[in-house]
Design a protein around this ligand. Structure first.
Ligand code: ZN
Length: 241
């Protein structure tokens, strides 16, 4: 196991990814359950691609010292990527350089299922108080390993990609390597497809072969639709502003 990307050493991502610099700082708040999903989660891969990002495991973010320090930093303009009344739609330019007032944009991302994200939010009044941002997705999800992708379902990696596209479009960031995030995403999916087909070959003989259930961790993702299946969907996209 590589303890940076949390993949088996034979499939370690670290050497093949060149972290990209951004003006925006991304803070991925990972639900403890997500933390255990080494291979299925895209949060860690997102982190590897972005030099100005960090991952914190936190259920109650208000008691997490590092997370609180970031929120309180006077040089930062912290926002939460989460829908809600008054959310600023980044795709429509609802957040401007004047709003930031010279501070650095810090985007908090809840890396969890819809139900998990809601719980994290409920347990953290400080997170609730952050201004919210959303985006209008430029493309449907690229998830192919999901059996029946729903419109608006995005992985953490895709959500960050869309956020950067919107920020660049409105002059708040420079998104130099969109290809890398998406290529990493494709490669991860390819791995899962091959793993499901032949676990022993892909994962090596020393690992116990446990293919991912088709509709479980890999499949559950984000949606801009009302959470019809509340524990499995998360919304990022639709918003006003
Ligand atoms: Zn690694």
């Amino acid at each position: 196991m590589c303890y940076r990307c949390f993949w088996p050493k034979a499939h370690c991502w670290c050497a093949s990814i060149e972290p990209m610099h951004t003006n925006t700082r991304f803070v991925l708040l990972m639900h403890p359950k997500e933390w255990k999903q080494e291979k299925a989660a895209t949060g860690r891969l997102t982190h590897l691609c972005l030099a100005e990002s960090e991952v914190h495991m936190a259920l109650e973010c208000d008691t997490h010292p590092a997370v609180q320090a970031i929120m309180r930093d006077p040089e930062s303009f912290p926002v939460l990527l989460y829908p809600g009344e008054g959310a600023h739609n980044l795709s429509r330019g609802a957040l401007t350089a004047a709003d930031l007032g010279g501070r650095r944009l810090v985007v908090f991302v809840l890396d969890s299922t819809w139900g998990g994200a809601r719980k994290m939010l409920k347990l953290s009044p400080n997170l609730q108080r952050l201004p919210r941002v959303v985006f209008t997705a430029s493309a449907p999800s690229r998830y192919v390993i999901k059996r029946q992708p729903q419109e608006g379902c995005l992985s953490t990696l895709e959500a960050v990609h869309e956020t950067l596209l919107a920020l660049e479009r409105h002059g708040l960031d420079r998104y130099e390597r969109p290809d890398q995030l998406l290529a990493v995403f494709d490669r991860m999916q390819q791995f899962h497809i091959e793993f499901a087909r032949d676990p022993a070959r892909v994962d090596g003989r020393h690992h116990r072969a446990t293919p991912l259930p088709p509709d479980a961790d890999v499949a559950r993702r984000f949606s801009d639709q009302a959470p019809a299946a509340p524990s499995r969907r998360r919304r990022y996209i639709r918003g006003v502003g």
